[in-house]
Design a protein around this ligand. Structure first.
Ligand code: BES
Ligand code: MN
Ligand code: ZN
Length: 501
């Protein structure tokens, strides 16, 4: 998809789709809409009068070209009150527009660019992200295309600006937005892939493929033998019940000399049956997405390297299946993590925190200046927040505050939950340093986090529980049904912010 920013007389342009934003309570105030109304022989005034067109959020009215309009279709997109316009609204609108345009088999879209006082670069980036994410499909396993649905690709989206002042800033923002959107889609692909194909070793191979040729990248694949030598028994215990070998994948992106990296740690359970503490079968197929944290971390490194962001990152992805079998971990087993702390397994379904424990320890030994982990860790996160926000907890309020701001900007909602030290009382063990799962069901998300805190030492640390946002249940804006690829935008945003962007 090519995005271009042009100052052109749009009304003379041949295009498949012309997009005109409509703001609430403005009716025909904007000069573009007045011109359009004239070309369409008063059709817009009519639609306003009969309240078919109001400009409210998410409203889309399609008019097939007639009168003197050169476009085949006019898409009138409601954006709400002009004073309440946000990047996120534009991101959503872009996704919607791309899907509508694809549905109409359009090749070219011209968008009358009218964003009021918002920042030209921020809005352009958001729109590029939304367009790429909204056009996402996962249909590579279908042998026949859906009925009447020949795959179409939009070749060009033109943002038609009123003056040329911001064009160069917008052009570089387009590149940022496209790369971030594509990286989200890579994370979605990984999470949507069936678990028989996306095994830990397949994840490693794909990571190598995606990062092939990128500068400042080093890939270290820690196999079982090396993990054993490093003392990663919490990680190895989870992988002992499956025939699929597990790997601790460490990718370093190191563009800056003499600077400590930010450690990004992502949970990579390629399928979570629960193990011996097996899950109910209803909906278990969703657990193919239990590697969404690792996918987000990989997507982030891909984006950072493509955008040449000047922040060092060490991405650590513990990759394993969690299966029941004769060799599987038992409730009652005690394992030691890399930092020597011992864990009594009371529930083999609380496996994410076990593999993350060793991944965090590993990142600490590599000298990370700060740690961020991201994981589909607890069902309790869904109970607390529904599918509207991911949970954030951690040891460093400064980092958390930065994340909350970045999340707001990138359109990935985060909500802070408390991390009281007293929660550790819930995971005290009679025989080891801690258990992996509390007896009660209280504050499940915070209990997961207080467990992880035992493995970060003094390094400032933030934990993102994305179980609530793992998948989208409906198509809307830039979301499409299936795994969400959530986290990439926030992590890239955070790393760019740390580099001073
Ligand atoms: N992968 C699950 C959490 C999850 C649930 C992710 C729903 C996405 C959607 C995790 O490994 C798990 O099973 N957690 C347990 C923890 C409990 C045993 C302490 C849970 O939430 O029930
Ligand atoms: Mn589990
Ligand atoms: Zn899990």
């Amino acid at each position: 998809m090519i995005f271009s920013i042009k100052k052109v007389d749009v009304f003379s342009q041949q295009t498949d789709v012309l997009v005109a934003p409509v703001f609430k309570n403005e009716s025909l105030l904007s000069s573009d809409l007045r011109v359009l109304d004239r070309l369409l022989e008063g059709k817009l005034s009519e639609l306003f009068d009969e309240k078919t067109l109001t400009g409210k959020d998410n409203e889309v009215v399609v008019i097939h070209g007639f009168g003197e309009l050169k476009a085949k279709r006019l898409l009138l997109v409601g954006l709400g009150e002009r004073s309440a316009l946000t990047c996120e609204k534009l991101r959503k609108a872009a996704g919607e527009i791309v899907r509508r345009a694809k549905g109409a088999k359009a090749k070219k879209v011209v968008w009358l660019w009218d964003i009021g006082t918002l920042d030209a670069a921020d809005t352009t980036q958001a729109v590029a992200e939304g367009a790429v994410m909204g056009g996402y499909t996962f249909d590579c396993y279908k042998t026949k295309p859906e009925k009447n649905e020949k795959p179409t690709k939009i070749k060009e989206i033109v943002l038609a600006v009123p003056d040329s002042e911001h064009i160069s800033a917008m052009e570089s923002a387009v590149i940022t937005g496209l790369v971030i959107g594509e990286s989200v889609n890579i994370a979605r692909d990984l999470a949507n892939m069936p678990p028989n194909d996306l095994t830990p070793s397949a994840f490693v191979d794909l990571a190598k493929k995606y990062l092939d040729g990128q500068k400042s990248i080093m890939i270290d694949v820690i196999d079982k033998k090396k993990a054993k030598a490093l003392g990663m028994h919490a990680f190895l215990g989870v992988g002992q019940g499956t025939v699929e070998p597990c790997y601790m994948l460490a990718v370093s992106y190191h563009p800056m000399k003499n600077k400590k990296p930010i450690g990004l740690v992502g949970k990579g359970v390629t399928f979570d049956t629960g193990g011996i503490s097996i899950k109910p079968s209803k909906g278990m197929e969703e657990m193919k997405g239990d590697m969404s944290g690792a996918a987000a971390v990989l997507g982030t490194v891909i984006a950072l390297s493509k955008l040449k962001v000047q922040t060092n990152v060490l991405a650590v992805m513990p990759l394993s299946e969690n299966m029941p079998s004769g060799s599987a971990q038992r409730p009652g087993d005690i394992v030691a993590a890399m930092n020597g702390k011992t864990i009594e397994i009371t529930n083999t379904d609380a496996e994410g925190r076990l593999i993350l424990a060793d991944a965090l320890c590993y990142a600490v030994t590599k000298g990370c200046s700060q740690l961020v982990d991201i994981a589909t860790l607890t069902g309790a996160c869904l109970v607390a927040l529904g599918d509207q926000a991911a949970a954030i907890l951690g040891s460093d309020q400064g980092m958390i505050d930065t994340f909350l701001k970045v999340g707001e900007r990138t359109g990935e909602r985060l909500w802070q939950l408390p991390l009281y030290e007293e929660y550790f009382d819930y995971i005290k063990s009679d025989s080891a340093d801690m258990v992996n799962s509390s007896e009660n069901r209280l504050a499940g998300t915070a209990v997961g986090a207080i467990f992880l805190k035992q493995f970060v030492g003094d390094t400032p640390w933030v934990h993102l529980d994305i179980a609530s946002m793992m998948h989208y249940s409906k198509v809307s804006g830039y979301t499409v049904k299936g795994m969400s690829g959530v986290g990439v935008r926030t992590l890239v945003g955070y790393c760019r912010q740390q580099s001073g962007l």
